[in-house]
Design a protein around this ligand. Structure first.
Ligand SMILES: [Zn+2]
Length: 257
């Protein structure tokens, strides 16, 4: 917890480069084989296949620069015949700070191994979000906020995100901030109701709102008007954003054929 707070005070830090998994990964699923075989080279394409994402290595290969943050550590105690048993329920968010984010949980006897498992689960829940300039006060057409008002719910917690103009930052609670930052949303208003102190439900409500955003259908006219982009802009969080092209899906730089 202390380390976390210290990290926040330092402000945004560059995405930690995690070591890639050894290449001797032996994919067990169709999607895994397609990724390892080089048939699928972007996260966007992987998600569009509609095939189940069951191996975290897929994310490690397609999004090598993810960052993660522990959202909640919950100690669960249980009395058994042999005494007290303690387990930890860990909730983690993983994202590339640029259009992709996942939320995951895991339970176990040790915090460290449970965090690792939760990170793997978060990778399996990775979604591609849409960003744009949905703020009429701003109208810059850059992908810095949410394109529309979006809503999410979990347990008693309901959350609504509204597009905010550039420079507002994340006008949300701490948990939502962590998730939106890792998703690559820079400006946003939030309105919440319910027991927002139940961190896990709050986090799930935020994630459900972003999920709703991914499934939303948008018309071409809207894509142009508010500069909607789905997935990565392909730039780091700190640099200036170029005006997004009028396409929904930015094409990654490709080698000339
Ligand atoms: Zn704007």
């Amino acid at each position: 917890m202390v380390a976390n707070r210290r990290r926040q005070q330092r402000g945004r830090r560059p995405a930690q480069k995690r070591e890639r998994r050894p290449v001797e990964w032996d994919p067990k699923t169709k999607l895994g084989r397609m990724v390892k075989g080089g048939k699928i080279t972007s996260m966007s394409d992987a998600l569009r296949t509609g095939l189940p994402l069951r191996e975290p290595e897929i994310v490690d290969i397609l999004l090598p620069e993810t960052d993660d943050e522990v959202i909640d550590v919950n100690m669960v105690q249980r009395m058994t015949d042999s005494g007290r048993r303690v387990k930890f329920l860990i909730t983690v968010v993983v994202g590339n700070n640029d259009g992709y984010v996942g939320l995951g949980q895991a339970k176990g006897k040790e915090v460290g191994s449970s965090i690792r498992k939760a990170i793997e689960n978060a990778k399996l829940n990775m979604i591609e979000i849409k960003r744009g300039c949905g703020s009429w006060e701003c109208g810059c057409r850059k992908a810095h906020t949410v394109p529309f008002t979006i809503k999410g719910k979990s347990g008693s917690v309901e959350i609504m995100f509204k597009p905010a103009p550039q420079g507002i930052g994340l006008a949300t609670g701490e948990v939502a901030k962590k998730i939106l930052r890792l998703a690559g949303v820079k400006d946003c208003w939030a309105f919440t109701s319910g027991k927002t102190k139940t961190t896990v439900n709050y986090a799930k409500a935020v994630f459900n709102a972003l999920k709703e955003n991914t499934q939303m259908r948008v018309m071409n006219s809207e894509i142009n008007k508010i500069g909607i982009i789905s997935g990565s802009l392909g730039i780091t969080a700190e640099t200036e954003q170029p005006t997004p092209p009028g396409t929904e899906q930015p094409t990654p730089p490709q080698e000339a054929k």
